[in-house]
Design a protein around this ligand. Structure first.
Ligand code: ZN
Length: 432
């Protein structure tokens, strides 16, 4: 396997601004004389030795200056690409194209990018590699850097890494068996069992109760992602979806809620975001909800108003989404029956997480009814698009990525005028 790994904040603890002039290779700031003081992160050296012994190839990919990167990488005994300008791929690809054995690993799909910022994840997605978002340090205000995305957890999560880890031991676990460490729904679709989820929020309340938000797969936009499941998100709304498809999806959900670490928390009810009167297919969520196997009692607690107009997707601003939810989504049991929610712990299933408006609305409504703990599960997290610059082989104009909504099939399109483009109509398949 080819391991492309970031340097600052990943192998060494040098994200603090005092290291900046060294990282930039400024005159008078030579790292050579301070090599012994470079703070190597716990387990970093052992990780490199262990992976080398297993036959992996390791390459450091860093935006820092070669005057700084070269001596440090010599210390670790690994090669590097410096001034890499992530997430641009040009410098990295130039290196790989002159190192056939490394390029070969990438082409065979045996490549992972490891790093602590969104730039590392974005780079990995551009080259079609798996990605591990690694956060081995505690984020403090003095290390935040908007430009480089240092210390911005949400930005890294929105970039949709394949995995996340906090220690090198955890990275080793992932590399030993990547498929069974995917998020539960992604794993289910490659025939594997996993218990992992994307951990978006852990909210604690003054009374000690909590609300957790988790996602079980990524719905990637733009270019393809090896294990991202945008195709399955679109399949949910396809009237021709099969029972096998729904069963696999349900298995991914069951695998998450039935794992000991979740069961131990003690849940009273399992509920879901019901279908609207206008939803296609009409039992889009209900059919799936019924297939999820769990000992937790299933109840219907949430209801969309019968007169709901339009969809949440049409409301672009968070504020508008909240107003929409306030108007149309409420706690209501079928036939007006009442379920006493006081002190109960509730798991909620939804199909998609975008801004979090639905999740927080539902959590607030449940808390108003006296619910104690909430686990909000969204099957798919919409992650940011990564777009490749592909030009039309017929006319040379830039092509756009289009998605066929019926089955999530993606293609590049040189969009012609009848679809409001200025291209020639040529299309190119992708994601094979
Ligand atoms: Zn064209």
């Amino acid at each position: 396997m080819l391991i492309l790994i970031d340097l600052d904040g990943t192998l060494i603890g040098t994200v603090h601004p005092t290291w900046q002039p060294y990282r930039d290779g400024q005159d008078g700031y030579s790292i050579e004389q301070y090599l012994g003081q470079v703070p190597i992160l716990p387990g970093a050296r052992e990780f490199i030795e262990s992976r080398k012994a297993k036959g992996d190839k390791i390459l450091v990919v860093s935006d820092s200056h070669f005057r700084y990167v070269n001596p440090i990488c010599r210390m670790f005994g690994v090669d590097n690409v410096s001034l890499a300008d992530k997430p641009n791929t040009a410098k990295l690809m130039e290196y790989l194209n002159t190192h056939a054995d490394l390029k070969h690993e990438l082409d065979d799909g045996n490549c992972v990018v490891i790093g602590d910022t969104k730039l590392d994840i974005e780079l990995g997605r551009h080259i079609g590699a798996m990605t591990i978002w690694f956060l081995p340090y505690i984020i403090t205000d003095d290390i935040r850097d908007e430009r480089d995305g240092i210390g911005d957890e949400m930005a890294s999560k929105k970039m949709g890494p394949t995995f996340s880890a906090k220690t090198f031991a955890e990275i080793e676990t992932i590399l030993e068996a990547p498929l069974s460490n995917l998020y539960t729904i992604e794993a289910a679709f490659v025939g594997q069992t996993s218990t992992r989820a994307i951990r978006l929020n852990n909210n604690r309340y003054a009374d000690g109760s909590y609300a957790l938000i988790r996602c079980l797969a990524r719905q990637e936009q733009g270019a393809c992602d090896k294990y991202g499941r945008a195709d399955k998100y679109y399949m949910m709304s396809n009237p021709e979806r099969t029972q096998d498809f729904l069963k696999t999806l349900a298995t991914g959900i069951s695998n998450y809620i039935n794992q000991p670490a979740i069961v131990q928390r003690g849940w009273d009810y399992f509920t879901y975001l019901t279908d609207k009167r206008t939803t296609v297919p009409p039992t889009k969520m209900k059919e799936l909800f019924d297939l999820v196997e769990t000992p937790v009692q299933k109840v219907q607690l949430l209801k969309w108003d019968d007169n709901v107009q339009g969809s949440l997707r049409e409301q672009n601003l968070y504020r508008d989404r909240q107003a929409f939810l306030q108007k149309y989504l409420s706690i209501e049991c079928p036939g007006g029956t009442r379920v006493d929610l006081t002190g109960k712990n509730v798991i909620v299933l939804d199909d998609q997480y975008t801004t979090g408006a639905t999740a927080w609305h539902v959590i607030r409504k449940l808390k108003e009814q006296g619910v104690k703990n909430v686990l909000f599960l969204a099957m798919f997290q919409m992650v940011l698009p990564v777009n490749d610059d592909v030009v039309c082989p017929r006319c040379g104009k830039p092509m756009q990525i289009k998605i066929r909504r019926s089955d999530g099939h993606r293609f590049y399109s040189c969009t012609p005028p009848e679809y409001r483009g200025n291209g020639c109509g040529y299309t190119l398949d992708m994601c094979d």
